[in-house]
Write a protein that binds this ligand. Structure first.
Ligand code: NAG
Length: 496
């Protein structure tokens, strides 16, 4: 029953109930002589299928491999033909992940992804043995998680009246309102669905920058001595926003309240990395703090050297607050500026430098450099590419991405928890666009995150491409609107 539910309500495995030793049986075992997440899958005439995992997650990843051996049909949502037969060549697979953190960031703030879309992505992640979903829940353009004690965060903060279409300088607008949010029940469902698939959901509440939606809902959170924050609305365009949180007690208490609800919704024991809470920390322009008498008074009172240290103090406050509750803070690499809080882990996005500095200082790191694994960036140079922003990063580039920079010693490299691909959605307004940008590159990323591949230049991309032929059939069965190898289909091009 477990295997059936794991393989998807989808898959109706034609295995007779049979006695325990029937050759048709699928046997699942936790075998603690194996490493966590590792598995050994054996198919033989005498034993049928046996999956041993170092822990339940290992058994689960083994079951994903079994699905691959069964063929693309095993990835369909609806059961195929009843009584359909599968043949699996006799073999033994021994497998283990290179990295413990194999992540995907979904930006559900810029364009909301309804709950079912998130569940679908959790299934897609499971099929690719990815185990951390970093949910970017708040930003200037929308607040997507219900917080009971601050209802206006979603009442006001989850809707914007219009949206800039395309990149930040585009002259085109979609003049319709856009919005949506997850209720607390939705969040519980997402976390439970993920945990069944051995995926940790790491929530991100972005502070003190990227916060205009929150300020639009609660103007007292902004720098009221510098601008009229009551005039702000949820942001309708893209870029780095100057309207940041005020470093006041009001703001700290407000966000402690937010985090209290977040901790309850994302329990630390749900899956491997669920103790982590992401507090953002990226792109916080300091201009308002420079001009704000309240912020300057705070700097003086704390004896800080300036605005960077003020941000470090702000992050440090939540580092201690989370640690006191048995949780761990992770933030974007800007949290290194002005001093890293003692327990903080870093998402290295502006290249490798932040991750290298953090690992050398003994902090844990997730490598997600924008030059390599920002999947919102274009995947070919062609004119007909529907999302023409950012660096060109082809499928081959992603396949040759190396998460651990050679500068690190073995000990420092031990701080690299793993790696993550980030899907920002300024220009990805629906599922089809998100799929197009994410796939097939996420398949290459998943192989980099899981397998011990040779050095980038020595990786056999031709072999990967050959194996992709089989994988495209699985993506078809999963209903993924990936970018075809030859370029976008006519309907995938951007109209106009
Ligand atoms: C960065 C921003 C992000 C944006 C993305 C676009 C981070 C940590 N911050 O400018 O909000 O959506 O790049 O590629 O990535």
């Amino acid at each position: 029953r477990w295997l059936r539910s794991v393989l998807g309500p989808a898959l109706d495995l034609p295995l007779p109930p049979g006695p325990e030793d029937s050759p048709q049986a699928v046997r699942l075992r936790v075998d603690d002589t194996l490493e966590p997440e590792a598995y050994r899958l054996a198919v033989s005439a005498a034993w049928g299928v046996e999956i041993r995992g170092g822990d339940p997650a290992g058994v689960f990843w083994g079951a994903q491999t079994l699905r691959q051996l069964l063929g693309p049909e095993a990835f369909r949502r609806a059961p195929v033909r009843p009584g359909m037969r599968y043949g699996i060549p006799h073999q033994t697979v021994e497998d283990a992940p290179r990295f413990r953190w194999r992540g995907l960031l979904l930006d559900v703030a810029r364009h909301f992804m309804p709950k079912d879309g998130v569940l679908r992505y959790l299934d897609l992640m499971a099929a690719h043995k990815l185990n951390v979903l970093h949910l970017h829940l708040t930003d200037d353009q929308g607040w997507r998680i219900e917080i009971k004690r601050h209802p206006k965060l979603t009442e006001t903060g989850s809707w914007r009246s219009r949206t800039r279409l395309g990149h930040r300088a585009s002259p085109l607008w979609d003049e319709r309102p856009h919005g949506g949010f997850y209720t607390q029940d939705d969040i519980r469902e997402i976390v439970a669905y993920a945990a069944q698939r051995h995926i940790s959901v790491v929530p991100e509440i972005d502070v003190p920058g990227h916060s205009q939606a929150a300020i639009a809902a609660y103007p007292e959170l902004g720098n009221t001595d510098v601008i009229d924050t009551t005039a702000l609305s949820v942001w309708d365009t893209w870029g780095i926003n100057p309207n940041v949180l005020a470093p006041t007690d009001t703001t700290l208490r407000f966000y402690e309240g937010v985090f209290e609800e977040v901790l309850e919704l994302f329990p630390a024991d749900a899956a491997a990395f669920s103790a982590f809470v992401h507090i953002g920390g990226d792109e916080c322009p300091k201009d308002q703090w420079r001009r704000s008498p309240a912020a300057q008074a705070r700097i003086k009172e704390l004896g800080l050297a300036g605005e960077d240290e003020l941000q470090a103090w702000f992050v440090g406050h939540f580092d201690r607050w989370l640690a006191a509750r048995g949780r761990r803070l992770i933030g974007w690499d800007e949290i290194l500026e002005g001093g890293l809080a003692p327990g903080a882990a870093v998402s290295s996005w502006r290249g490798y430098a932040g991750g290298i500095a953090a690992a050398r200082a003994g902090h844990d790191v997730v490598m997600c450099p924008e030059q390599q694994v920002y999947l919102d960036h274009r995947q070919a140079a062609g004119e007909d590419e529907p999302v023409p922003i950012g660096y060109v990063r082809t499928l081959e580039d992603v396949y040759r991405f190396e998460p651990v920079p050679p500068q690190l010693t073995a000990e420092e490299a031990g701080h690299v928890l793993g790696t993550q691909a980030n899907v920002w959605t300024e220009v990805l307004e629906d599922h089809a666009r998100v799929d197009y940008q994410t796939f097939p590159r996420l398949a290459a990323f998943a192989e980099v995150a899981w397998s011990a591949l040779p050095a980038p230049a020595e990786r056999d991309f031709a072999d990967f491409e050959r194996r992709m032929t089989a994988h495209y059939a699985r993506l078809d069965a999963l209903g993924v609107a990936y970018r075809p190898p030859g370029g976008p289909k006519p309907w995938q091009r951007r109209p106009g």
